[in-house]
Ligand binder design. Structure first.
Ligand SMILES: [Zn+2]
Length: 301
C-alpha cells in the first residue's frame, strides 16, 4: 500500500508519540492498547490472573480454566496511562471482573455501541457511544455475527468499530465475528487500512466455530488488502488455533508481509494518511434482543 509503513516502536519513541501515528500494543487475547487521535484506549480488557475463570469449552478435550496465560510483562505500565475503554461486547473474555474493577477504579469512560451502553450504564459505568466521538472522526459500528445458527444468536448481538481520522491510518476492529455479509460489505465500502481480527477460531465443542476460520481470515485479508493484525490467540481454552499454525498458513498464502500476529506484549506503530477521500458511514442498527440480557448476566455486575 503506497505511503504506508509499519514498524516496531522502541520504548523511547513510545514515550514521545509521533503525530499521525497509530499504535497497537497487544496485551492478551482481544485486550490491546490502541492509540488513535487524542485517545489511548484499552480495547476489551480481560485483566484477570490466569485460571481466574472456568473453562469456556463445553464438550471435548482440552478444557482448562481461563485465561490460560498471564498478562505479559509491562502490562501495568501500558495500562497506567489509558484514558478509556473501547469495548466491542460484554462477554467475559472481553470485559471480565478485573477489567470492570480497573475501569471503575480509574473512573474510565467505556466507549461502546448502543446495544451494550444501556447495560453498562445500569452497572454504573460511564458508557459513551463510539458513534458520538465527534469532530474529526469518521466512525461506523459494523454489526457482525458471533457464530452461526442458534449459537450465533445466543452470543449476539455483537459488532466491531471502524475508526478513521484525517492523517492517520483507519482501523477496523472487527470484534468477535465470523465472516458474514455485513463484515465483507463494510470492508469493501470503508477500505480500512488496518484490520484487527480475532483469529483463535473458537468453538465450544458443539455448535461450530464462533470466530473467523483460517479460510475466512485468508479471505478477509485478500478482499481488504489491509494490514492485518490477528489476536484472540493462545489465551483461552476454546481457541485452538496457534500462532505458529496461523503464521505457517499466512506464509503459504503469500500474506506474511501484510499480517502481524503479535506475541503478548508486542507493539507496532502504523503510519499513513487516509487522504481526502470521504468516508461514508451509517448509523448503528443494533437492537438488544433477550439473549443480550443473558450474556450481560454472564459477564457479571
Ligand atoms: Zn472473545
Amino acid at each position: 500500500m503506497a505511503g504506508f509503513l509499519s514498524s516496531t516502536l522502541s520504548a523511547s519513541r513510545l514515550a514521545h508519540k509521533v503525530e499521525r501515528t497509530m499504535l497497537i500494543q497487544q496485551l492478551r487475547n482481544a485486550t490491546m492498547i490502541l492509540e488513535l487521535g487524542p485517545h489511548r484506549w484499552v480495547v476489551d480488557p480481560m485483566l484477570s490472573a490466569a485460571k481466574a475463570m472456568p473453562p469456556f469449552k463445553v464438550l471435548g478435550g482440552g478444557r482448562r480454566r481461563n485465561p490460560t496465560v498471564e498478562l505479559p510483562a509491562g502490562s501495568d505500565e501500558a495500562l497506567a496511562t489509558v484514558d478509556g475503554v473501547l469495548l466491542t461486547h460484554e462477554h467475559p473474555d472481553h470485559f471480565d471482573a478485573a477489567g470492570r474493577a480497573f475501569a471503575r477504579a480509574r473512573a474510565l469512560p467505556v466507549w461502546t455501541n448502543r446495544v451494550d451502553a444501556g447495560h453498562l450504564r445500569d452497572k454504573g459505568f460511564d458508557a459513551r457511544l463510539v458513534e458520538a466521538l465527534g469532530e474529526g472522526w469518521s466512525v461506523e459500528v459494523v454489526r457482525s455475527k458471533h457464530g452461526r445458527g442458534a449459537v450465533g444468536w445466543l452470543l449476539g448481538p455483537v459488532c466491531g468499530y471502524f475508526l478513521a481520522r484525517d492523517g492517520e491510518p483507519s482501523v477496523y476492529v472487527t470484534g468477535d465475528s465470523i465472516l458474514c455479509e455485513s463484515v465483507l460489505e463494510a470492508v469493501e465500502r470503508l477500505r480500512p487500512e488496518v484490520i484487527v481480527a480475532p483469529a483463535g477460531s473458537a468453538n465450544f465443542g458443539v455448535g461450530g466455530d464462533i470466530l473467523f476460520s483460517l479460510d475466512e481470515l485468508v479471505t478477509l485479508a485478500n478482499k481488504s488488502g489491509a494490514q492485518m493484525v490477528f489476536n484472540h490467540l493462545e489465551a483461552l481454552d476454546h481457541c485452538p488455533t496457534t500462532r505458529a499454525s496461523l503464521r505457517e498458513r499466512m506464509a503459504r498464502e503469500g500474506l506474511s508481509e501484510r499480517v502481524w500476529i503479535p506475541e503478548d506484549g508486542e507493539r507496532r506503530s502504523y503510519h499513513g494518511t487516509r487522504g481526502a477521500r470521504p468516508i461514508v458511514t451509517r448509523p448503528d442498527q443494533g437492537q438488544a434482543g433477550m439473549q443480550k440480557r443473558m450474556t450481560a448476566l454472564f459477564s457479571g455486575a
